[in-house]
Design a protein around this ligand. Structure first.
Ligand code: SAH
Ligand code: SF4
Ligand code: F3S
Length: 440
């Protein structure tokens, strides 16, 4: 038998890409590939790319330029581009960088084995279709190896919302929910392999409506099914849309012990004028009312959000409305971005905000969000939380894991194993993490 070929996957973008990269590695495992951690010794390099902002997309080409050097030294090396840039740019990628052998869009990953065979013969392979078949069902040939205690699991993919700034409906396609039984069996397998926490993924995960023997289930109903799986200790989900925060999901946050007190609920802007132009179909007020209902169900929930500043025609007053909304919500963590024009989206035609002005707004927003993050972290000091231990820390005897609220926690003098769910008292807070001690 010949030695296994080595596969290096570099993953950019969102958590769904992390999940997809694992599936692609498994699919290519069947073609005799094992994963390697560096590009230098790889026989095949796969870049799983993100198209969400211009910078993310351009990074792909600079990275491909670097990989070209590797291919000069090792002509047999195969280079593939997957993910949302592959979907958005297709054959254009090979025109700009002719040494690329393979381009595969997110809905065609189950066709990777055939594509790999084709490029081994020295041909090029491109697939950016939106096929009918269920790619995850076709990708199913999972190894049973042990793995870390946390896992992502895609339950819904694609988006029909068409926010005016966003490429996702074009790169991931229409919204599709995976059937309930597949999600349950995949979760059971993960638990057998050592997983204690799953994060259910979807571009609009709270719009989930997957088929089951008893008709379609909502996300909350799916969570209750997962709740029954012994050995699974924690459930999370991301990303949610404010308009799809259904009553049963809000209620589950108060009643399902495995559902963690953390919710990522992007608002993008606090100005109704801008929200309308973004085609977000919610207002600042309706968003705040959703937050109120969630906090009534689960008062200690940690909220996270996404923001875009400098959207076309955003004035200082519009931006001020965003700051006001942030002041009112108080976020535990947040992601904020300067608007980036994406070709083909409706907003791409509109007049831009002055670059320096947009940068200044981003700085002011981030200063406020950072202050809120610090305050909420500091409020954790003295509290008792659950921490799922993920790996040893840098100091002897130390372990690192995530709290129920998704804070990174360093636990000192910790004689517990990876995968244990420890009770921990938080003793201090630093910039991006907390420190705690075991409650014995
Ligand atoms: N499905 C999620 C988020 C998808 S993209 C949702 O609906 O909220 C992740 C984040 O990237 C978005 O929430 C938005 O804040 C940001 N984003 C998307 N397109 C962008 C653009 N053109 N410029 C800047 N930020 C953008
Ligand atoms: Fe993009 Fe809007 Fe869909 Fe989120 S809801 S993926 S921001 S189009
Ligand atoms: Fe990026 Fe595609 Fe995810 S554009 S954020 S990798 S869905």
């Amino acid at each position: 038998m010949s030695a296994p070929k080595k596969l290096f996957i570099k993953t950019y973008g969102c958590q769904m890409n992390v999940y997809d990269s694992e599936r692609m590695a498994e699919a290519l495992g069947g073609q005799g590939y094992v994963e390697t951690k560096t590009a230098d010794d790889a026989d095949m390099i796969l870049m799983n790319t993100c198209h969400i902002r211009e910078k993310a997309a351009e990074k792909v080409y600079s990275e491909l330029g670097r990989m070209k050097q590797l291919k000069v030294k090792k002509p047999d090396l195969k280079i593939g581009v997957a993910g949302c840039v592959a979907q958005a740019e297709g054959a254009e990628i090979m025109r700009r960088q002719p040494m690329v052998d393979l381009v595969v869009g997110p809905q065609s990953y189950h066709r990777l084995p055939e594509m790999e065979a084709k490029i081994r013969e020295g041909k090029k392979a491109i697939d950016t279709d939106f096929p009918e078949e269920d790619k995850f069902e076709k990708l199913k040939s999972r190894p049973k190896a042990k793995r870390g205690p946390t896992a992502f699991l895609t339950v819904q993919e694609g988006c029909d919302k068409f926010c005016a700034f966003c490429v996702v409906p074009y790169t991931r396609g229409a919204e599709v929910s995976r059937p309930v039984d597949r999600i349950l069996s995949e979760t059971r397998e993960l638990v057998e392999r050592g997983v204690r926490e799953v994060t259910l993924l979807g571009q609009n995960v709270n719009a989930y409506h997957g088929a089951s023997a008893n008709g379609d289930l909502t996300l909350a109903q799916l969570i209750w099914e997962l709740d029954k799986i012994d050995g699974l200790e924690r459930i999370r989900f991301t990303t949610s849309h404010p308009n799809d925060m259904m009553d049963d999901l809000i209620e589950a946050h108060g009643t399902c012990a495995k559902l963690m007190p953390y919710l990522h609920l992007p608002v993008q802007s606090g100005s109704d004028k801008i929200l309308k132009r973004m085609n977000r179909s919610h207002t600042a007020e309706s968003y705040l009312r959703v937050i109120e209902r969630i906090r009534a169900a689960r008062p200690d929930i940690l909220l996270s959000g996404d923001f875009i500043v400098g959207f076309p025609e955003e004035t200082e007053a519009d931006f001020q409305a965003t700051l006001d909304l942030v002041e009112e919500v108080k976020y535990g963590t947040a992601y904020s971005f300067k608007y980036s024009t994406r070709p083909g989206t409706p907003a791409a035609e509109r007049p831009l905000v002055d670059e320096a002005e947009a940068s200044d707004r981003l700085q002011r927003l981030q200063a406020l969000l950072t202050r809120q993050q610090r305050e909420i972290q500091e409020s954790m000091v003295g509290r008792e939380v659950g921490v799922l231990l993920e790996k040893p820390g840098r100091l002897p005897g130390q372990m690192v894991g995530k709290s129920d609220y998704l804070h990174s926690v360093h636990v000192g003098d910790c004689d517990r194993a990876v995968g244990d769910l420890a009770r921990v008292r938080i003793v201090s807070s630093s910039t991006n993490s907390l420190a705690g001690e075991l409650i014995r």
